[in-house]
Design a protein around this ligand. Sequence first.
Ligand code: ADP
Ligand code: MG
Length: 697
Amino acid sequence: MANVTEFFGSMVFDDKKMQECLPRATYKTLKKTVKNGEPLDISVANAVANAMKEWAVEMGCTHYTHWFQPMTGVTAEKHDSFIYPTDDGRIIMEFSGKELIKGEPDASSFPSGGIRATFEARGYTTWDPTSPAFIRDKTLYIPTAFCSYTGEVLDKKTPLLRSMERLSSVAVQLLHLLGKTDVTRVTTTVGPEQEYFLIDKKMYDKRPDLIYTGRTLFGSPAPKGQELEDHYFGSIKTRVSAFMNDLDEELWKLGVFAKTKHNEVAPSQHELAPIFETSNIATDHNELTMEVMKKVAERHGLVCLLHEKPFAGVNGSGKHNNWSISTNTGENLLEPGKQPENNLQFQLFLSAVVKAVHEYQDLLRLTVASAGNDHRLGANEAPPAIISMYLGDDLGDLVNAIVNGTHYKGKDKAEMLTGVDVLPDFKKDTSDRNRTSPFAFTGNKFEFRALGSSLNIACPNYMLNTMVAQELSEFYDELKNASDLETALKDLIRKTLTEHRNIIFNGDNYSEEWVDEAKKRGLCNYRSLPEAMSHYVDKKNIDLFVNNGIVTEAELRARYEIELEHYAKQIRIEALTMIDMAEKNITPAVSAFVNELTNTALAKKSLSESVSVYTELSLVEYLSEKLESFVKKTAELEEAVNEASQYRFDSLILAKYYREKVFTLMGELRTLGDAMEKKTSAKYWPYPSYGELLFGV
Ligand code: ADP
Ligand code: MG
């Protein structure tokens, strides 16, 4: 491997390359238009497009693609070659400013939530100059936003960009009021920690459930799971390590700051954490990371599973969204500093986040809701479905002091004495970690931990940005005419924390007591996607997005429809896959095994009446009974899926039906299937076992 510092970002058309390739004046105009969000002059676009193409062709590219994030949950791309015919029947490589700025993929086959009819097919992708273009597979990838012909937003990037703008403008206003007039821009930053599973491709290929749904729908537990806690941070196996090294190299070439990697709790589970970037680039890079993980895994004969719950009985995968706000002058606005008790600016921003999370806890809950994540939240392996905040003892004490008007004495960082002379002593953090909290303060940022592993982080982040922007703008309105700013600030902070401290909880989020306590506090506890999603279009939430200019009411309603439809479709696919596996393979396999047992018993008896057929008989009886229930349950599930069509006119009712009826039957069918797997000869069982899947790499 060459020197990392040399090849880092080699596949990215970054700012440095742009500066090298473009005439100075063009470069400066581009930077200015991007910074001020002005429309791009076509001559500038032409120059940039040409420079990009020259670089890409030199790197061996033949194609370019607008890369966008429609509401499907995965990214989309349509490749065009650079070729352009000349009069003499030959070609040249061309790429115009118009092609860079605007693409026209047919939008009719992307989910639009009924916002538009299918015959209104036209859609546009527009270049996002704030996220650099990059090369993959001999193709120049251009990050873009996606909207319809009539201008409706059809993607996840546009609301994110708008929310970043909105938060910046209200935060700057507020900071100017506080005297920080040198601040001209405020940015939200994100570092997403990504969990995933790696399993052997040969095993994967034999599991239709993994192929169609990303998770196992049947599977009796292996004798060993994660109970010995020997996988977490354990020594990394050679094959996995080779994958990780390859992955790092690919990501570094693409300019992704891959930083930390380790084994996670479940067998075959791992994690990758990057260094944080702006929300927009972090989102693009996280999407890219997930895609590259899958591709690199293939090269190693592995499959990377990003599903939230690929295996029952062991932990599923999530994503921790580390989020903070900082100024263009280099200040982290969530940094408490040495004396948080005297840092009114910090207290103000902290209050805004506390108020936002309290008032819009339903939005935070529903933004992480998915069919996959329904398996995790509240299952004692991920935060509960109840959204609360952890501030730690220090800040918790500060909040109490502010609310009660008492004196706050901060804890000094204690010296950590290792008690061994050769080991250096070090300063201990003032607060411990709380792994069970969905939204934890971790020093100078918040860690939103309820995200599912496959989620596009644009959604939680635009919600977070928007709700905090809303609170900041309310704060600004309250403070802007104050005659005594300091008193007004202190009053506002005390009032806000007093009204919203109910969202703060520093205890064990996995405990039963918390569920009761949260109920008393009036916090929401939405256990599944349909329950949570029904609040998407509550008036206060529509107002939030519309008033902050993030999406229109029609667009919001469309998103709500899309999420519900997607959920119903996913469970339907899972149910159909189960039925298929049951009818085509499991039932015939068990029946064949029973047949063999029966023949063995008959043969034994014909040999001699006195030979024991206890084994065969008891197994035949057990399996025949289970198989009968299994076959009947399969038919019941099939009927339930067929009946779903009567609810198709209301997405919420349909989603609820899938959750309550279909999903429940799937669980019952699985229990029967898994019981039979335990007793059926491995020679007959048609699918690789949990042991082979989880311990096979
Ligand atoms: P911890 O060990 O508490 O999880 P780390 O410092 O290792 O914290 O950071 C975890 C993640 O948080 C990393 O992806 C890191 O880049 C990210 N992070 C750190 N500071 C910030 C910040 N100011 N804004 C957003 N993310 C951050
Ligand atoms: Mg973490």
